[in-house]
Ligand binder design. Sequence first.
Ligand code: E4P
Length: 218
Amino acid sequence: MKIFLDTADLAEIRRASDAGLIDGVTTNPSLLAKAGNDRAPAELFREICETVDGPVSAEVVAVDSDGMIAEGRKLAAIHEHIVVKLPLTEAGLVACRTLTAEEIQTNVTLCFSTAQALLAAKAGATWVSPFVGRLDDIGHDGLEIVAEIRQVYDNYGFETEILAASLRHPRHVQEAMLVGADVATLPPSVLYPLLHHPLTDRGLDQFLKDWKAAGHAL
Ligand code: E4P
């Protein structure tokens, strides 16, 4: 399973990319606002693309299909890593078909049901992003939707990849792996805790103590 970083914060992207922990980046307009960057969005996207060796999702903000297509073309022209992120609306799916026909990669976002994911795949989406945490927030089981999408895509041989999004804690990530998501996108606050286990810390402490006590040197 690939891991994408869900942020527009360049310093975080640099850190995770330098550590070899991520395969790509996802952003959305809220994440851009949160990053509080004074660069123009196109400039920021270019810098992100130059920092990470993989797909970088950049979202359209038009709500009609012609506007989305025009924005999608502009975004795709910024860098070859750009993936155009489109909302799962009728207009978004129309734009998805057109951009796919132009060989522009797409990520259909704000997916909250298996039926929506089927429609995104039929529109030729490269990725579909089911929002796990936001479904959990309203009392649904977000990961169950991811598992259902996996089954439907396998049943019908769709090549659209499942990008599990809105993951709020390491358990979400673990379950996304188990149900067969192709990618998990996570904020830094979920990525780094994946590295930690108390037994790793305890084991390392003990090794270092024993090494010191034995008086060895390398
Ligand atoms: C994914 O592409 C979205 O940007 C993101 O995962 C949304 O997460 P949130 O529900 O925590 O805002």
